[in-house]
Write a protein that binds this ligand. Structure first.
Ligand code: DC
Length: 220
């Protein structure tokens, strides 16, 4: 089986690029962030502080996650409810980052993530795919961009959706998430030794897509 790991900080364009690349290459796209977001959403809905390791761990037996592909798009179900849209809120991204620091949460998701790569060609994106989940991935990409470039893109995205976006607030959130994701004790975000680093700060979406596609095809 071929597996492509794409890791990097939030807002680097990973999911949009990964989804398009998977469709282009005919691989199954696995968005592991959506799994952490669903657990974050569940904690928030239960009134549990996502930073409270013991309280979040106690919720895990009550959580059933399912991934289904509908017309080529990944949908995630939390206890039977399609939460694919609900998990995209900014606050849930922050909650996801907090719950993802707990070892019990990571252990809860690891087998599912590895299982998905056993029987099909996958393109999986996240923070620790090349370092922990699929250390033997066929190709590993570390996709990054400066915090400023990511904040700028995020603001434009939010405004397109008709939501208010203050650049300074968005930038501060991105920096806080980077800090949480890079400095946690377990499976922190870092570039795998054998990953190819791609920085998209200075290039647009189409250029990033072309560069990633070429890089992947050169290595499989
Ligand atoms: O990629 P994303 O923004 O949807 O991810 C949400 C959070 O989940 C992110 O801040 C850190 C966490 N995460 C993780 O720890 N490991 C992964 N493989 C994917 C996401």
């Amino acid at each position: 089986m071929i597996s492509i790991a794409i890791d990097g900080p939030s807002g680097a364009g990973k999911s949009t690029l990964a989804r398009r690349l998977a469709a282009d290459l005919g691989y199954v796209y696995v968005d592991t962030g959506a799994m952490y977001r669903s657990i974050g959403l569940y904690a928030v809905r239960c009134g549990v502080d996502p930073h409270d390791a013991a309280a979040v761990e106690a919720l895990l037996p009550r959580i059933k996650l399912e991934i289904r592909l509908l017309e080529g798009t990944q949908h995630i179900y939390l206890n039977g409810e399609d939460v694919s849209e609900a998990i995209r809120a900014e606050a849930i991204g922050m909650a996801a980052s907090a719950v993802s620091a707990h070892p019990a949460v990571r252990a809860f998701l690891l087998d599912t993530q590895r299982g998905l790569a056993c029987s099909q060609n996958v393109l999986m994106d996240g923070r620790d795919i090349g370092t922990v989940v699929l250390p033997d991935a066929t190709v590993k990409i570390y996709l990054t961009a400066s915090a400023e470039a990511r904040a700028d893109r995020r603001c434009r995205e939010l405004r397109q959706k008709g939501q208010d976006a203050v650049y300074e607030t968005v930038l501060a959130d991105i920096r806080q998430r980077d800090d949480q994701d890079m400095h946690r004790a377990i499976a922190p975000l870092k570039q795998a030794e054998d990953a190819i680093r791609i920085d998209t700060s200075e290039i647009d979406f189409d250029q990033s897509f072309a560069l990633l596609r070429r890089t992947i095809l050169e290595h499989i």
